[in-house]
Design a protein around this ligand. Structure first.
Ligand SMILES: Cc1ncc(COP(=O)(O)O)c(C=O)c1O
Length: 471
């Protein structure tokens, strides 16, 4: 194993485990004993993948001593404060040595109450009550249970269906998979949960020719209304929809969001805004919905709530929903599941430290300015490029859609694997980006500086240009 030169942030950890006899064993055991998530069994068996041994800021170091510039906040968007933050580690240590965990069934704990109170004060949207869990999938599942409780409390127990959109992703539980447009999940996990109804995505770049974005937004929402009427509005509990769908970075026009809200109100359908990917600052605001003049009924969060330091998620219900579920007029006792690790005090202490850091370091502002600079810079560099169809995003949620033909917006043939090749090329060049199909995406940590942002733009363009030149 070649030892490559370490560049970037100073790293105090000894990374040279590749020189120890343990190294070969770890590689072997990683295939034998650890089922890697998010990759196929074939990939797990065929590739060992880099073994991360340490990280700092926006850089991750592997067992060869290679340093990767991380434009993915750890790979799945969770490390929003960057890696190895001593302030968060100190908060976690202090909580663990004071009260690491007790069951919410038996005791209230202070950090969870404080974190929920802080979340309620972040926006004017009336997000009031947090149902804390440990992951995004659990948050989504809990939100659907809250929605059912809401309708039961209103005397409508037959409202059990959920709407979801094409290209969306909402997790790996049966509910999450049933609400996700993921071919593998839909095949492997079949039969899925009943009562999940698919809608079209709002994909402004791929709108019909001759339509403005605003007209298109209205037309997609109107199609949603037609589906609601066909299904029977009295059977539908909620729509599960990210305010800004992250996988393909589909920033919707305001007209779509406005109409979606109006339709939900008209038919008493709740909007569960899944902010697991973008909540807590990724788009330069606390939540994605704040870019629009609308408020959701339930918001789901995870990842950024603790910057990935300790797993935590939440379904956060607005006061309107909670008044119905818990209020005097409620006709049914609310019944939602509970988890052993619900409102885990240590996780909530990490969450409080993360909120402190975002506020004290003005990270929403820097995310908006550095992220929007990156989007502008990509647009400047790729102006007129024959294969760059669209560059879109908000803050540190950035997408670059590559196409075979700019005029027709035809995609590259799938066997060319353009996106996958760009992702692999970037990794060879010690840079972490993601591609979903041929949409190259970047979602770096909120602490990404202007200098880091410039390096990320440079590295992205290098990987894209090299692969496009080859095909
Ligand atoms: C929008 C969205 N919802 C839900 C999830 C599921 O979260 P988790 O992987 O923590 O279960 C994800 C994960 O990426 C997500 O992006």
């Amino acid at each position: 194993m070649m030892l490559r030169q370490v560049t970037g942030d100073q790293d105090p950890v000894d990374n040279k485990i590749n020189q120890s006899p343990d190294y070969a064993r770890i590689v072997h055991d990683s295939i034998q004993y650890v089922w890697r998530h998010g990759v196929s069994v074939d990939t797990t068996r065929a590739e060992r993948g880099p073994i991360a041994v340490s990280a700092s800021g926006v850089r991750v170091t592997d067992a060869d001593g290679t340093v990767f510039l991380d434009a993915l906040a750890g790979g799945s968007a969770a490390a929003t404060l960057g890696h190895a933050r001593v302030d968060v580690a100190d908060a976690v240590h202090a909580q663990m040595t004071k009260l690491h965990w007790v069951s919410l069934r038996t005791f209230i704990n202070e950090p969870s109450v404080e974190l929920a109170r802080r979340i309620a004060g972040l926006t004017e949207a009336g997000l009031q009550t947090s149902f804390f869990v440990s992951s995004g999938s659990e948050a989504v599942e809990s939100a659907t249970q809250l929605a059912k409780s809401y309708h039961r409390a209103r005397g409508n127990p037959e409202r059990t269906k959920f709407l979801y959109r094409k290209t969306g992703y909402h997790g790996t539980s049966l509910v999450g998979a049933s609400a996700s447009d993921n071919k593998e999940f839909r095949t492997w996990f079949a039969p899925l949960a009943p009562g999940f109804v698919e809608l079209d995505a709002c994909y402004p770049y791929r709108r019909p020719a001759g339509m403005t974005e605003d007209e298109y937004g209205v037309s997609v929402a109107d199609a949603m209304e037609a589906t609601i009427i066909a299904e029977g509005p009295e059977t539908i509990a909620a729509i599960l929809a990210e305010s800004i769908p992250a996988a393909l970075v589909l920033v919707p026009p305001a007209s779509y969001m406005r109409r979606l809200r109006e339709i939900c109100d008209r038919y008493d359908i709740l909007w569960i805004d899944d902010e697991v990917f973008i909540g807590f600052g990724r788009t330069g605001r606390w939540f994605g919905f704040e870019h629009y003049d609308v408020t959701p009924d339930i918001v789901t969060v995870s990842k950024g709530i603790t910057g990935g330091y300790i797993p935590l998620g939440a379904a956060i219900a607005t006061s309107r929903v909670m008044e119905t579920i818990f209020g005097d007029g409620a006709t049914t006792q609310a019944k939602v599941s509970g988890h052993t690790y619900a409102a885990h005090p240590t996780a909530c202490a990490a969450g409080l430290a993360v909120l402190d850091a975002i506020e004290k370091e003005h990270l929403l502002e820097s995310t908006a300015s550095v992220g929007d600079w990156m989007i502008d810079e990509f647009r400047r560099r790729y102006d007129g490029h024959p294969h760059v169809g669209d560059i879109r995003g908000k803050g540190f949620l950035i997408g670059i859609e590559l196409v075979q033909d700019l005029a027709t917006k035809d995609r590259f043939a799938s066997q060319l694997s353009v996106g996958r090749r760009i992702m692999a090329r970037a990794m060879e060049q010690q840079f972490m980006l993601r591609a979903t199909g041929d949409v190259v995406t970047l979602f770096p940590a909120l602490v990404t500086t202007q200098q880091d942002g410039e390096a990320m733009v440079e590295a992205t363009c290098r990987a894209i240009d090299e692969v496009i030149d080859e095909i």
